[in-house]
Design a protein around this ligand. Structure first.
Ligand code: BGP
Length: 479
């Protein structure tokens, strides 16, 4: 049987805004995540023309404000990760802890000290930190005052922020990523770009302008990182949903190819190859504008060309299928990707189509497209867990999902794909990005909190905890 490489980075992944809590503690400013309502309201805001980002406790709940209070429990939580044998831990830095308003002249030392402690706690157990610089937590002021990422000024603010955190932590942290799921903005630009419909203009042009600014900002971070430490690895992070044509109808095949270009490949093509792909103009024309309509300088293009990322980090939860010829087919749900229901696949409670083979395909596609290492930095099953009377949590459905996906990674390795590691999402239960609530759980570690944030916050081990511990200990035995 194909073995996992020595030094394979087994671990888990989280994001600051979904677990830290302490949203206004020690000088932290507000971020987008702090102003997003929990529950069904969350997804509706993107199309509310008058959405104004005002925190309104009478109208909304804000589960991110407390999270799972990792801010005060990180030692206990990292000790549990260590007990599972984690080789790495992927987390993000909350930009608004470091620059509370995003445009501040000086960083907030207390915020920097918090991540000093988190990093040192990981290193104490020989856990390699893997840091996402920006994960759906843009400082709110950059949205309300500057209009989000479509404003070029954000390039400078981000560069400043990236320089501060990279300089502070680079000697202790080798693995980094720039923007979480940068391509998710195609469908939901709120969390990653700070854009809502009320920004006006051609909404798709806004998104592509915002992307351009993010590409340049990310490339500048890559330059800073490599200057600080030549062996530092800094990647992009893509939301990858393997996309099939529903059938052999060439019309559907072409539609699937276009969908792949728009969703799965565009951002990676720019960030990994350092230049815009050949299909750029056709893609933009489809949305009613031209590349010439964007503000892009010659210097921007030079920065992109000089600073491609080192590896491709990506999240993988599901696949999707495209059919433009038969309108009677039902839509498959997903938080950020749609498509039609694939009759060969089962779905999670939230309608996400479970497809381990799709992960093997994704790994082959990405590694061979770019000829660079790939890192599965998110994967997992969101499910409702039940605590038995004796306190145990039997999450065999999660174990089955993860086992099949790890076996798919093994398959990809046997196909010749250089896979750096695997960090399942939400290794400890945390607030869901799409629902803003707790009951959609991913963790190996259960956290006693409900959708209203009520509960003891106590951590307990699910069955998957011991199972994953064995996987890591044996470097890949999933039995
Ligand atoms: C990705 C995000 C994560 C995470 C995950 C699961 O899109 O990068 O932040 O939350 O999906 O999604 P959800 O929490 O909506 O189930």
């Amino acid at each position: 049987m194909q073995e996992f490489p020595k030094g394979f980075l087994w671990g888990g992944a989280t994001a600051a805004n979904q677990l830290e809590g302490a949203y206004d503690v020690d000088g932290k400013g507000l971020s987008i995540a702090d102003a997003l309502p929990g529950g069904p309201e969350r997804f509706n805001i993107v199309d509310q023309p008058d959405f104004d980002w005002k925190i309104d406790p009478d109208k909304y709940t804000y589960p991110n404000h407390e999270g799972i209070d990792f801010y005060h429990h990180f030692k206990e939580d990292i000790a549990l990760f260590a007990e599972m044998g984690f080789k790495c831990y992927r987390f993000s830095i909350a930009w608004s802890r470091i620059f509370p308003n995003g445009d501040d002249a000086e960083p907030n030392e207390k915020g920097l000290q918090f991540y000093d402690q988190v990093i040192d706690e990981c290193l104490k157990y020989h856990i390699e930190p893997v840091i996402t610089i920006s994960h759906y937590e843009l400082p709110l002021n950059l949205v309300t005052t500057y209009g989000g990422w479509k404003n070029r000024q954000l390039i400078g603010f981000f560069e400043n922020y990236a320089k501060v955190v990279l300089t502070r932590y680079a000697s202790r942290v080798k693995y980094w990523m720039t923007f979480n799921e940068i391509n998710s903005a195609l469908h939901f630009p709120v969390m990653s770009q700070g854009l809502v419909s009320s920004n006006g203009g051609n909404v798709m042009q806004n998104r592509y302008q915002a992307w351009h600014n993010q590409f340049v900002a990310g490339a500048k971070a890559v330059a800073i990182a490599h200057e600080l430490r030549s062996d530092l690895q800094i990647g992009c992070m893509l939301l990858y949903a393997t996309t099939y044509a529903y059938d052999a109808n060439p019309v559907n095949q072409l539609a699937a190819l276009k969908e792949n270009q728009a969703m799965n490949h565009f951002c990676g093509d720019v960030q990994v190859r350092g230049k815009y792909p050949l299909y750029t103009e056709s893609l933009m024309n489809h949305y009613g504008f031209s590349f010439k309509d964007l503000t892009v300088t010659a210097d921007d293009l030079a920065v992109l060309a000089a600073n491609p990322v080192d590896y491709i980090g990506f999240s993988y939860y599901m696949s999707t299928a495209v059919n433009v010829t038969d309108k009677s087919l039902g839509t498959a749900n997903g938080n950020l990707v749609g498509g039609v229901k694939n009759p060969f696949l089962e779905s999670s409670d939230w309608g996400w189509q479970i497809d381990p083979t799709g992960l093997r395909i994704a790994l082959n596609e990405l590694a061979n497209r770019y000829n660079k290492p790939v890192f599965v930095v998110e994967n997992g099953l969101g499910a409702k867990d039940v605590v038995a009377a004796d306190g145990s949590i039997h999450d065999d459905y999660r174990i089955n999902y993860l086992r099949e996906h790890i076996e798919a990674i093994r398959g990809a390795i046997s196909d010749g794909v250089p896979v750096m590691g695997y960090t399942p999402w939400g290794c400890i239960d945390l607030v869901s990005a799409s629902t803003g609530q707790m009951s959609k759980r991913y963790g190996f570690i259960y956290v006693d909190l409900d959708d209203e944030g009520h509960g003891t916050g106590k951590r307990s081990k699910k069955d998957s905890f011991t199972w994953y511990q064995h996987v890591i200990e044996t470097n890949g035995d999933t039995k």
